[in-house]
Design a protein around this ligand. Sequence first.
Ligand code: GLC
Length: 523
Amino acid sequence: MSGFRWWQDAVVYHVYPRSFADGNGDGFGDLYGLLDRLDYLAWLGVDAIWIGPIYPSPMVDGGYDVTDHTDVDPRFGDLAVFDRLVVETHRRGLRLLMDWVPNHTSAAHPWFVQSRSSRDNPRRDWYFWRDGTGDRPPNNWRGFRGRPAWTFDERTGQMYLHLFLPGQPDLNWNNPAVVEAMHATLRFWLDRGVDGFRVDVIHCIGKHPDLPDEPAALADVDQVSIHDHDGTHALIRGFRQILDSYPGERMMVGEVTLRQTSAVRRYYGQGDELNLAFNFLSLDAGWDAAEWRELLDHVPSELGAAAWPTWVLTNHDTVRHRTRFGGSVHRARAAGVLLLTLRGTPFLFQGCELGLADAEVPPDRRIDAYGRDGSRAPIPWDGTAGHGWAGAAPPLPFPPGSDRCNVAAQVADPDSVVHLYRRLLLARRGSPALRRGGWQPALTPPGVLGYRRVYRPDGPDGSGTDLRLVLVNFAGVPASVPVDGDWRVEVCSQCPATGHRFRGELGPEQALLLAPAGRPPIR
Ligand code: GLC
């Protein structure tokens, strides 16, 4: 098993801090709340936690508008509680990843305040300022979700570039002073003991100094989904050198929102760039066996052997997969089996382990400029009126059914979704095939996705070979799936029972993790 790094073996739990848990009663999730819930995450059985941005921020983009990359917003806590979080996370055998936001800062960041103050300010060139007007912006780029990428600033009569909101000006990484200043922010958190970073829209940071137009055919296309400048790779190698210069295994997983796996592949470099890259094709995939089969063939063939895949079904920017897949809890359960048995590192967004659907957010309670509030709803911790948010109510409504579908109720019920996830995480931890093995498609009838995970150690006698078979019935009717050999059910998406023989039948929207018969069932 040599050569594997912890992030290849890990399941990463994604915390969106504002809506995870509130420790000080102000209705705003914080690090105190997260500390209180670490035992829950350890009980669940995840290996690492990625916390969304906790930096000081005006919160025009949920904290992805940073005014200081080396501090904690008072709404989340302070550096002392952060240090406690590092200790307490590690004490439970978990790793901690920060969200690092290098493409832009907040417009309220002192760097930008200086940059915009005059054309000859020493920080002018830390951002992209160009001549232009609303009718004739400096180039034809479109910002995220088609919005303008340039804003005119009266004071100095020029426009500045922002791939996201006007409150998020893009940093100019062509300026060595920016590189140096941002490197220092990486070191700041590495020195405090974090295990690494999730790096926000990393594919956007490198930019041609002339900011040339896109070809006319791409002029209306959101830059964030196509930006792919070669200069980014040298910058990433610089980050990697910093990470590798620290003791312990520090890592970074980059958000590359390009939807071409071959393009994502390049961000792993020659093993000297990202340790992992998100590949969001799985975020878009529907509830369809054929679509998943195609994706599971496509991803490893495009990534090649050296680039370890990642899998994600939901994050804070998308509709939850339960909602995306049509609302069925059976589908949400079966999707859990899928996510946690694939070859690659799964990222599990908070609340998916409860089978949550998106909250309905009425117009007067919307927060996010892009309407991404549904999946960012607060986690219901119990069935009381406040759902464990003891003081002020959180600004977003709770997900539907929170009186029954909450952490306390599910932890008490072995048949719940959270116990299913726990069994899956336990099974994954105990199986080299699931964590590290190869992936092979299995022959299945239409509507059923099937694959084997196979781990063969290097030893001459083949002892220690580990094998699993996964079957997911996407159809709303039962399916017969004849399989070779004797298999027992290790995890079933719809019932807590385990250890019984597989008789070749799958229920509607049911998924099974099967182990060769003859191995003791997990407890
Ligand atoms: C990433 C984040 C998203 C944010 C954007 C700008 O895509 O996940 O929430 O709006 O970057 O920072």
